[in-house]
Design a protein around this ligand. Structure first.
Ligand SMILES: C[S@@+](CC[C@H](N)C(=O)[O-])C[C@H]1O[C@@H](n2cnc3c(N)ncnc32)[C@H](O)[C@@H]1O
Length: 386
């Protein structure tokens, strides 16, 4: 067998045995541990073939073999082609410099929406074909520079010869595989934060002394963004598990943040019985648990394993949490509802519920089309309580 045939055979073996219960990158780690004779170059190439296969989503799912689909995935993803493609499909290799849209047309695919399995579920503002085509492009890694360190960070990136692109006053795009912590060792200089997530900050207009609640804080990405805009806000962070809040404490420490309160609470339980039942907030950030479908460009295997039922389950959870947190918002205060989902059920329908059931009015926001800039896609809406 040639090296290329071995690569295809290994990728096929992985695809056949992978059932979606673990994230693909974990599964790959385990697979390569069991096959220690593979060198790092082999591992990289095989992983890439597997990822490119999953980037096809539903395309040719029933019509073509796994091996054929791996090669088609490679063709659609590789801008300059590859030796492997040259070996198996010189006819495709000749056309690798075409745009994704032209490659699809070359392969007879007129309607790109057939790639994404839940095209009917998309928020109306999402451009379905453009979103679907974005799956063939690996999203970038983004950092948000802090404390006026952008210029110093750019100098370090140049010195280390790391390709990068300045996307805004605080935003730098890097290749996805960049080990940024080896280049910039002081963690208070930057946060790893997707460009769309950074863009959500445009809806935060904090004033010193205001009471803010980051109700699904996770490790605190949105909270740090908020405090960087206005360190004088009085911030409460919460999440459902103590281990998550412990991670937040560590991240805040590294970011040099000390002034905040935290509480562990399950937002599906009535807030009237919670430890913060008597608190009222000027502004609430609700970065809700969601399908994450706006981030599937980073985990394309999700297109093969996620089910429509899960979208409905997430919506139920979001409605419950939103209906709960809004009770602790002061009249005239704002709720910033955020998801990294592209689904109407998790976005506009939850906003409609807040409007119809709780009388909130939409102020600004909507879909953040990250698929246009090699970033995640998100939804963020600021609503005002009457
Ligand atoms: C999308 S993440 C938040 C991301 C975070 N705001 C950031 O910027 O990094 C959603 C969070 O909601 C939390 N969550 C899920 N179910 C919850 C519940 N029932 N009550 C409270 N938080 C919950 C999850 O633990 C998760 O950390």
């Amino acid at each position: 067998m040639t090296r290329w045939e071995n690569y295809i055979a290994s990728a096929e073996k992985i695809i056949v045995s992978y059932d979606g219960s673990l994230p693909l990158h974990h599964f790959l780690k385990g697979f390569f541990k069991q096959h220690p004779y593979m060198g790092s170059r082999d591992r990289r190439q095989i992983s890439q073939l597997v990822y490119q296969y999953y980037r096809l989503g539903q395309l040719w799912k029933t019509e073509k073999s796994i091996a054929e689909r791996i090669l088609l995935g490679t063709f659609l993803c590789e801008k300059d082609g590859s030796e492997l493609l040259q070996f198996f499909r010189p006819d495709l290799q000749e056309n690798t410099t075409l745009s994704v849209a032209d490659k699809l047309a070359f392969l007879g695919i007129a309607d790109a929406t057939s790639i994404f399995p839940f095209a009917d579920e998309l928020s109306p503002a999402i451009d379905g074909p453009a979103f679907s085509r974005s799956f063939f492009v690996q999203p970038d890694l983004f950092i948000r520079t802090r404390n006026n360190r952008q210029a110093a960070i750019l100098r370090l990136l140049e010195k280390a010869a790391i390709p990068h692109e300045v996307k805004g006053a605080d935003t730098i795009a890097l290749p996805n595989s960049t080990k940024i912590d080896t280049v910039i060792t002081d963690k208070s200089w930057y946060e790893i934060q997707d460009a769309s997530s950074q863009q959500v900050g445009a809806l935060f207009t904090p004033k010193a002394g205001e009471q803010w609640w980051d109700s699904c804080a996770a490790s605190g990405g949105k909270s740090i963004l908020l405090l960087d805009k206005q360190p004088g806000v009085k911030l409460l962070v919460s999440d459902v598990r103590n281990s998550i809040i412990q991670n937040l404490h560590q991240r805040f420490k590294e970011a040099g943040i000390r002034q905040y309160e935290s509480v562990v609470m399950d937002l599906t339980a009535p807030v009237a019985a919670s430890p913060i039942k008597d608190r009222r907030f000027d502004h609430i950030i609700l970065d809700a648990p969601c399908s994450g479908s706006g981030t599937w460009g980073r985990t394309p295997e999700s297109m093969s394993f996620f089910t429509a039922k899960q979208i409905t389950n997430y919506q139920q959870l979001q409605l419950k949490i939103a209906g709960n947190v809004v009770q602790l918002l002061k009249p005239g205060g704002s709720l910033i509802y955020i998801t990294c989902s592209v689904f109407n059920k998790e976005n506009e329908e939850v906003v409609a519920f807040l409007k119809n059931e709780h009388g909130l009015t939409r102020q600004e926001g909507g879909v953040i089309a990250g698929y246009e800039q090699r970033a995640d896609s998100m939804f963020a809406m600021k609503l005002i309580k009457p």
